[in-house]
Ligand binder design. Sequence first.
Ligand SMILES: [Ca+2]
Length: 149
Amino acid sequence: MQKKIQYGFTIVELLIVIVVIAILAAITIVVYTGIQERAQISATKSGQQQLLKAIILARTNTGKTLRQITGSNDSRSSKALADSAIDAIASASGANLASLKSGDAWGNYYRIDENELELSSSDCRQDSIQIYGRSDLTVTVPLSQPPCI
Ligand SMILES: [Ca+2]
């Protein structure tokens, strides 16, 4: 009896290869997403630190609180307010903050909440630099002057 010679792959072999490729692709996507998010967090934190340093410098230069520098109690509600606050901080600090106007790594503007000496139940609540949808990335600005410290 002559043995029949087979060429090519069986359906089962092809399916196994497809499944293995799919698993490898899924792993790659998960790893890439993790790396991408870490990069976004890192870039955003860097922007916040740049803003924080400029705020502290602006307060030192002017002897004013952040609220007095920006003229706003809360610059979180619109990009126009955020841009205006960044301009005021840049002007008072001498820092070039133009790149911060393009926002954080997710494309949202930096949300600056001026609280210190704001008329409220406590006039000495800390200012903060917030990130839309990421309360874990909020940076609080140290209090600046009497009667808050
Ligand atoms: Ca406020």
